[in-house]
Design a protein around this ligand. Structure first.
Ligand SMILES: Cc1cc2nc3c(=O)[nH]c(=O)nc-3n(C[C@H](O)[C@H](O)[C@H](O)COP(=O)(O)OP(=O)(O)OC[C@H]3O[C@@H](n4cnc5c(N)ncnc54)[C@H](O)[C@@H]3O)c2cc1C
Length: 479
């Protein structure tokens, strides 16, 4: 009998450990297994995928090739323009290589779901079976629902249910498959070019080392050194108080289950004082699942629509100059500007700063959250539709369980809280480094001798902007 040839199609799951589709593809010990990655540069452009993120995946695939080789699995990298071209490309390649079945983990965004449906029918037409798995979330969409079967829209009850399911069923992390008996070890790579992917070495290799081992190390080091203090440190911009695992989770270099399993282990052995740190971090993994479930339950959010549809009536301001000042970190609000520099220089931004900058764009400048969402996607190494859309709609008060519209962050007070000694601001805005710890948050405040400072004056008056935003939202509720 002919040796079966299975292909696992890698997308947001670029790993060998705890990969449901890979485990299924390897179940038959006789089968030859290949892993396939398909680069789609034109699709990435329409989805605003950041160059720094593509650079990360590109580098990671090279190390993944080596770990797959030790398992006797070849890694093949193909390229086509966009999703529409994938069914034909796959059919051709699978037929040429005598592949009998394709295995993949589901993605939940609308375009990705449509692509997979087309692939599934195209493969059925040529007699190749395709198998699709829930793997991306800790608990798959549709499994954490209200008593009436509807998706949750509020986080707290979602989390309660999510935790109780985990308590009941535990967490199962699958090891990497055992090396194949029948193996091929070639790496077949069609090189791709992506216009936005020039990334300085200092950002790419130094800040974001690739490989599953690097991700595991980052997880363990974070949990051992900072996990217990996470609750106290996570809102301090200058501390390394968060895991910085988001790029690895977004590309699937590590699974969220692995993170949860390790955090639960440490929580089990922690004293009650420290367990709160691990609990809080586990909550963040829950937010990740929550926003992915929202995409499935309320797919209109994938179509650039507000979760709360009535907020699409807001008359956002169109002002290119203000928007550019925000993008380039020239708003005259040091915490906002330093955060935007962090994004541009590192491809990443601290969560509290994402909230501050997003709130500033939408509530102080009253600019449409969709522009900010797009800008973030174009620059984030961890850009992810569900988390990014969720975060933006939270900040703009247009989303489910969002910040109420009247709770508008004061950027100066936020700055004093999240960067009390100005260390973060000084790192990204060296032109302000001579100011003292009080002045640095508001260089042009009355009484500050900010003479000769090469730093812009505030582009907006926070109190006036706040009144305008409150009035706009109030008018909406009267419509
Ligand atoms: C406006 C805005 C945009 C955002 N865009 C993204 C994005 O494109 N991609 C992204 O992964 N996260 C996004 N987030 C969520 C959050 O800011 C990042 O996940 C976090 O800063 C990543 O840093 P970390 O890995 O150190 O997180 P940690 O604090 O260590 O948290 C661990 C993991 O939990 C997940 N997580 C944490 N907070 C959230 C959250 N609020 N929503 C969903 N998942 C969360 C992430 O996968 C993160 O890596 C956004 C938040 C806001 C407010």
């Amino acid at each position: 009998m002919k040796t079966p040839h299975h292909v696992v199609w890698l997308r947001q799951d670029l790993r060998s450990i705890d990969n449901t589709a890979l485990v299924a593809a390897c179940e038959n010990p006789e089968a030859i297994v290949s892993a396939l990655y398909i680069a789609t540069p034109k699709q990435w452009l329409t989805h605003d995928v950041a160059g720094v993120r593509i650079d990360f995946e590109h580098r990671h695939l090279q190390t993944l090739h080596l770990s797959f080789a030790t398992l006797g699995i070849q890694l093949v990298v193909l390229q086509c323009d966009n999703y529409a071209a994938i069914p034909a490309l796959l059919c051709r390649w699978l037929q040429q290589h005598g592949v009998s079945a394709l295995f993949a983990n589901k993605q939940y965004e609308l375009n990705e779901q449509a692509r997979d449906q087309h692939v599934s029918s195209a493969l059925a037409n040529i007699g190749v079976a395709s198998h699709w798995f829930d793997d991306l979330c800790i608990i798959p969409p549709g499994h954490v629902v209200k008593a009436d079967g509807d998706y949750y829209t509020v986080f707290t009850p979602f989390k309660r249910n999510w935790l109780s399911i985990i308590e009941q069923h535990g967490i199962h992390v699958m090891p990497a498959p055992v090396p194949r008996k029948n193996r091929i070890n070639a790496m077949l790579w069609s090189p791709w070019t992506y216009p936005a992917s020039h990334v300085p070495e200092s950002v790419s290799q130094h800040l974001w080392p690739v490989g599953e081992e690097a991700a595991q190390q980052r997880l363990l080091q974070f949990l051992d050194d900072d996990g217990a203090h996470y609750k106290d440190q996570r809102d301090l911009a200058a501390e390394n108080g968060t895991s910085t695992l988001s790029p690895y989770l977004a590309a699937g270099v590590i699974s969220a289950r692995q993170g949860l399993q390790q955090a639960r282990l440490r929580r089990l052995h922690a004293n009650p004082q420290n367990s709160i740190g691990f609990d809080t971090w586990i909550s963040e993994l829950c937010w990740r699942d929550f926003y992915k479930h929202i995409l499935v339950g309320f797919p209109h959010v994938c179509r650039h629509q507000a979760f709360k549809r009535e907020t699409d009536q807001l008359q956002w301001r169109h002002d290119d100059a203000l928007f550019s000042a925000w993008c380039e970190g020239r708003t005259g609000f040091p915490i906002v500007d330093a955060a935007m520099k962090q994004l541009q220089q590192t491809g990443w931004m601290h969560n509290r700063l994402r909230m501050i900058t997003a709130m500033f764009l939408t509530k102080d400048l009253f600019i449409d959250w969709r522009l900010g969402e797009q800008f973030f996607m174009r620059h984030l190494i961890d850009g992810d539709l569900s988390a990014n859309n969720g975060g933006w709609q939270w900040s703009a008060s247009t989303g489910n369980d969002a910040a109420p519209y009247f709770r508008i962050f004061n950027p100066v007070l936020q700055s004093q809280k999240c960067d009390p000694d100005g260390r973060f601001i000084r790192q990204f805005l060296p032109e302000l480094s001579a100011l003292d710890n009080k002045q640095i948050h508001e260089p042009y405040a009355k009484g500050n001798a900010a003479v000769g400072l090469r730093y812009p004056r505030p582009i907006v008056d926070h109190n006036e902007a706040r009144q305008h935003t409150l009035a706009s939202f109030k008018a909406l509720s009267l419509l």
